[in-house]
Design a protein around this ligand. Structure first.
Ligand SMILES: Cc1cc2nc3c(=O)[nH]c(=O)nc-3n(C[C@H](O)[C@H](O)[C@H](O)COP(=O)(O)O)c2cc1C
Length: 377
């Protein structure tokens, strides 16, 4: 069980950070003893950092002849350390006080200012991630992950076929993997982080997810096709997507005012979201689309199209739907061609695919009759 850290544990972490931040390259001859006297309620914590011979160490306790003494409430010093409070301003406004030469305090920012130097931390956003700079190359092959538990008998595949027809018309090879095939074994991620700390991106679980992720990693374009399950992704596909933890490094970089991880192997790749659902309104896909946007950001793999068909069964089975169904299927084929040729789908085609063509009252009445009769039998 994870327990709350005590103030002493928090301070030990803080001082161990400070020691790491000591910039021995810039200040190899700097010598000082910083004594901290930090108070929280009735408790007083004594720590000192000694810097000598290019080395910084922290100790608990009191040094007999420190260069400077810093008296502060714990919360104030934590605010200064995190950058929430300017150290100098804190001193002027008497949030804390010092004994000893001010120069030691003034130098702290620089002396403890070593920047982390990790070669894999590359903050540049690749051109292919920016639709304005992207140069789309027509793919020779598309990988399609069918995440419908009903595999080729499902509505996902019924609609998907037409998108695939469009791919083939644009002369692209298609590989479909039905991940609910009983021979494909995918265990859920265990959250052990071994792939981050010890094995350089190799998962400790030995099952079919590893080969699948390698395939996805090598594919220029992957289509994720599946039915909406509780506003989200069917469990086996979600397990596969969670296992993508291996593709990212455990570091943090900025991306458009957010934070993400760097990729282990940088490569130009794209993805398409293809989903069908039972309810008739497009709004039901909102959480899923947000999830995929996040996934695209996190995996440095732009989401180039979201092909969504709500009311999948209703449109197929309704006596009022036949003509509209034809229109949807033709639009899906068109979307397939556009994805391959342009790397995007025009708005009117997307709209034609997603529109609810059956008046809602008739849709609900029809759906209620369908299930009522099913239950009666
Ligand atoms: C467990 C489960 C959860 C579902 N959750 C939703 C949902 O949240 N919203 C929705 O509109 N349809 C939902 N559906 C309906 C399916 O998305 C819909 O029937 C879809 O067309 C099934 O595709 P398939 O035949 O490929 O399995 C759910 C179906 C199941 C079995």
């Amino acid at each position: 069980m994870i327990k709350m850290l005590s103030t002493k544990e928090i301070l030990s972490t803080l001082f161990s950070y400070m020691v790491n931040y000591y910039d021995w390259e810039r200040f190899p001859d700097f010598e000082a003893i910083y004594q901290f006297i930090l108070k929280e309620g009735e408790q007083t914590f004594h720590y000192y950092i000694s810097i000598a011979k290019g080395k910084a160490e922290y100790h608990e306790g009191e040094h007999e002849s420190p260069s400077i003494k810093i008296y502060s409430p714990v919360s104030v010093w934590l605010d200064i350390a995190s950058g929430r409070l300017n150290g100098f301003w804190g001193l002027i406004t008497r949030k804390y006080r010092i004994e000893g030469p001010l120069s030691y305090l003034k130098q702290m920012d620089k002396v403890f200012g070593k920047k982390i130097d990790i070669p894999e931390i590359e903050e540049k956003i690749a051109d292919y991630e920016d639709p304005k700079k992207r140069i789309w190359k027509k793919p020779d092959k598309v990988l399609v992950i069918n995440g419908s538990p009903r595999q080729e008998k499902g509505f996902t595949f019924f609609y998907l076929q037409y998108l695939l027809k469009g791919f083939e018309k644009a002369e692209t090879e298609v590989e479909v993997i039905n991940i609910y095939d009983k021979h494909i074994n995918i265990e859920p991620c265990r959250g052990c982080s071994t792939c981050w700390t010890k094995t350089d991106g190799v998962c400790v679980i030995k099952d079919d997810a590893n080969d699948l992720l390698e395939k996805i990693g090598n594919a220029y374009l992957t289509v994720y096709a599946f039915p909406l399950y509780i506003e989200s992704i069917p469990a086996k596909l979600k397990a596969l997507l969670d296992r993508r933890f291996i593709i990212i490094l455990p570091y943090f970089i900025p991306y458009c005012n957010l934070t993400r991880h760097p990729l282990r192997n940088k490569k130009e790749r794209y993805m398409v979201l293809f989903s069908v659902c039972g309810l008739p309104e497009i709004e039901h896909f909102k959480p899923l689309v947000e999830t995929f946007k996040g996934m695209a950001r996190g995996s440095h793999t732009p989401l180039i199209a979201t092909i969504l068909r709500p009311g999948a069964e209703g449109l197929y089975g309704s006596p009022y739907g036949k003509e509209y169904l034809k229109k949807v299927l033709e639009s899906l084929e068109q979307a397939g061609k556009e994805i391959i040729e342009k790397g995007k789908v025009s708005k009117n085609v997307m709209k034609a695919i997603s529109k609810n063509y059956i008046p809602l009252a008739a849709w609900r009445e029809g759906a209620n009759w369908y299930w009522y009769l099913k239950r009666e039998k």
